[in-house]
Design a protein around this ligand. Structure first.
Ligand SMILES: C[S@@+](CC[C@H](N)C(=O)[O-])C[C@H]1O[C@@H](n2cnc3c(N)ncnc32)[C@H](O)[C@@H]1O
Length: 280
């Protein structure tokens, strides 16, 4: 796709700047570390997607493409399209895909014209939480899904179920007082409230909305040093608000958290997600 022709909802301009800028580039550079961090969720998510031979699957907010690639690899005859805002991550995805029947495009899934009933399944691993207009985005995805088709997405539950975010925001928050990201705005908790998600999906043309709670450990690296470096980079948008002294203190606090959770299997913190499923 010609990047100059990228059509986005103007309300997603900030999201595009972030994900198609330095933040997305960081994710691209550290794709393997991110994939390893959420690896324990992958079997349940792939089973819930339940892709069948000849099905057409759309991976929304596919990032560097691991879900799309794992699905196509495990389902001979299926084809997958991955869309994301981040050109840097899409480059990684294309490189990883080799000759598999999976393609990757830069697109704003909230408004992109996918074609009517172009897919049997809409899938996503934490890629649907950043839309500025949830109902518009999920209606657009519904229009791209054949009648009877499926939506399967992994999203984070609330902060009370996510030790990793509680601990990381807590460590930085001792230097930079802040409220956790709200549940009604784009961000990690935007699809954490089942009532809100049900309302959005019903309003967007989906039915049979179902939530399965999954709880897994996330692994942030083999030791406290590498885990701290990974999260300092990923949360640079918070560190940028601090002066040098504050940055050093927040980094030291994070390192303490990582050290407290480091063990033989690496730095492990608890997390909780929903696998949300729905039908067209
Ligand atoms: C937390 S990352 C997850 C990436 C990937 N699904 C994975 O599991 O590795 C969220 C992704 O959603 C993408 N994203 C955010 N808003 C989007 C939009 N409106 N359309 C397409 N992708 C979007 C971001 O660029 C980012 O790569």
């Amino acid at each position: 796709m010609d990047e100059t022709a990228l059509e986005i909802d103007p309300r997603n301009a900030g999201v595009l700047r972030e994900w198609d800028g330095e933040h997305g580039a960081y994710w691209a550079e550290h794709a393997a570390t991110y994939n390893a961090s959420v690896a324990r969720y992958q079997p349940a998510l792939i089973a819930a997607i339940g892709a069948q031979s000849a099905e057409r699957i759309l991976d929304v907010g596919c990032g560097s493409g691991e879900l799309a690639i794992d699905v196509v690899r495990s389902t001979p005859g299926a084809t997958v399209v991955g869309v994301d805002l981040s050109a840097a991550q899409l480059e990684v995805a294309r490189h990883q895909a080799g000759g598999l029947p999976v393609t990757f495009e830069q697109a704003d899934a909230q408004v992109h014209d996918f074609g009517t009933h172009a897919f049997d399944v809409i899938a996503s691993r934490t890629g649907t939480m950043f839309f500025t207009d949830m109902t518009m985005a999920f209606a657009n995805l519904a229009g791209a899904t054949r009648p009877g088709g499926r939506l399967v997405m992994l999203v984070w539950r609330g902060i009370e179920d996510n030790e990793w975010l509680r601990e990381f925001f807590g460590a930085i928050g001792r230097v930079l007082p802040m409220a956790p990201p709200p549940a009604n705005a784009p961000g990690p908790f935007s699809l954490s409230d089942p009532d809100r998600v049900r309302e959005v999906l019903h309003g967007a043309g989906w039915t049979g909305v179902n939530f399965t709670a999954e709880d897994e450990l996330l692994c942030f690296g083999p030791d406290a040093d590498s885990a701290t470096t990974f999260i300092v980079g990923q949360m640079r948008w918070l560190f940028e608000k601090l002066d040098d002294v504050g940055k050093r203190q927040a980094e030291a606090n994070l390192h303490d958290v990582m050290a407290a959770h480091a063990g033989e299997d690496g730095v492990l913190l608890g997390s909780g997600a929903w696998i949300v499923t729905a039908r067209r």
